[in-house]
Design a protein around this ligand. Structure first.
Ligand code: UD1
Ligand code: UDP
Length: 363
């Protein structure tokens, strides 16, 4: 029996690992797949709701790490994970994405000689000021299976000298989750409950330190969203990092009657809001991909993206962090200047199945 342990910690991790767990279940007793949750994200609305919405089993291990500086958070996860790996002795550790939990698990497993599979390998923003870029590069270097979501990932890994035999272009497990829940997303009542007209509102999320950690920058962002809300209702589920900063800086949130701030939302409700939105404005990684899959216009308020397929093939507009420009392009899109998009190759709901096959067939 193969003993596999997936390590997750933050919101996007849960969404990426859910289909992997389901794919392994099909192999019955040939595999034991366990989940270790580091507790990097811990509010129910950032954690438990995803296990419920995605029908995932409770994590087998919960480390309760919480927040902290990068060094402190990463180090505390490493210390606790070492104990779990020692007792569990997994044959393989799976790590999704690019958060501190991903890096910590990859470092501990590699030093203990445990093979590692990285889901969403090879993505690069080429911006080393992003903590996620450091996490991605280091995780990829020590991984044995590099599961890639888009062609740019293959190129980046080859350019970094990674052995071709380790690279597998399998598609996108975040899109597997979307595809698997599509009917629930379409039939969810949230738009009706919020009094929204399909195709006639904006959905926004922000949590990148570059957009929300600086007081003046965050104030300007809130004012921009407030002005855009004078054109269309704007729903803004506020990430804990952003919520903390809005409170700490004492920023106004009642900038327009049409600017609706909410708690972070569960998966089905949030994806339903995305499905029927006219425009999404975000700095999220995953949301760039989901809007591309759904064919919804997306403005990315960042200087770069590690997911270029969403620009080249999808509906993503990489606008930068100049908020005047963001406002202008948003108004253009609301005025009808939209970008057609297609679904990227292998974003077909079968990535997790491919990953499980590759792992299970490898002796
Ligand atoms: C982390 C990831 C980022 C990812 C994002 C997804 C790193 C370095 N960053 O950023 O790549 O895009 O998750 O959402 O791993 N907090 C709560 N409740 C929670 C979660 C967080 O109050 O449930 C607080 C933390 O205590 C901390 C702050 O929010 O003060 C930031 O959390 P943290 O996990 O350190 O980073 P994120 O900004 O969430
Ligand atoms: N998401 C959600 N509820 C929200 C905001 C986001 O379910 O209120 C989902 C989103 O659809 C995507 C994932 O969370 O599947 C992205 O997480 P986040 O933006 O926090 O992380 P990133 O992808 O930027 O690392």
């Amino acid at each position: 029996m193969k003993k596999i342990l997936s390590v997750v910690g933050a919101r996007p991790n849960f969404i990426k690992i859910a289909p992997i767990d389901k794919a392994f279940r099909k192999y019955g007793k040939a595999v034991s797949h366990k989940i270790c949750h580091t507790g990097q994200h811990f509010d129910d609305c950032m954690s438990k709701v995803f296990f419920d919405d995605l029908n995932m089993p409770r994590p087998d291990f919960y480390l309760g790490i919480g927040g902290g500086s990068h060094a402190s958070q990463t180090a505390r996860i490493m210390l606790e994970l070492e104990k779990v790996f020692e007792t569990e002795k997994p044959d393989l550790v799976i790590v999704p994405g690019d958060v501190n939990s991903t890096l910590a698990a990859a470092l501990v497993a590699s030093k203990m000689g445990i093979p590692i599979a990285h889901i969403e390998a090879g993505l690069r923003s080429f911006d080393n000021t992003m903590p996620e870029e450091i996490n991605r590069i280091i995780t990829d270097v020590v991984s044995d299976y590099l599961f890639v979501t888009e062609h740019s990932g293959i190129r980046n890994l080859r350019d970094e000298g990674i052995d071709n035999d380790k690279i597998f272009f399998v598609g996108n497990t975040m899109i597997d989750t979307l595809e698997a829940h599509y009917d629930l997303i379409e039939s969810c009542s949230i738009t009706k409950d919020m009094g929204l007209t399909h195709g006639s509102y904006i959905l926004a999320t922000f949590h990148r330190p570059t957009n929300v950690d600086d007081k003046e920058g965050l104030e300007e962002l809130m004012q921009t969203l407030g002005r855009l809300a004078n054109n269309r209702k704007l729903i803004f589920p506020v990430h804990p990092r952003t919520r903390k900063n809005i409170r700490e800086y004492g920023l106004a949130t009642d900038l327009s009657n049409n600017l609706i701030l909410t708690q972070p939302l569960g998966y089905i409700e949030f994806l339903s809001l995305m499905r029927y939105a006219e425009l999404v404005i975000t700095d999220s990684g995953g949301i760039q991909e989901e809007t591309t899959y759904l064919g919804v216009q997306c403005i990315t308020v960042r200087k770069n993206t590690e997911r270029p397929v969403t620009i080249d093939v999808g509906t993503n507009h990489l606008v930068g962090t100049d908020l005047e420009k963001v406002e202008k392009i948003a108004l253009d899109i609301l005025g009808g200047t939209t970008k057609p998009g297609r679904i990227p190759e292998l974003w077909d709901g079968k990535a997790a199945k491919r990953i499980a096959e590759i792992i299970m067939e490898d002796q």
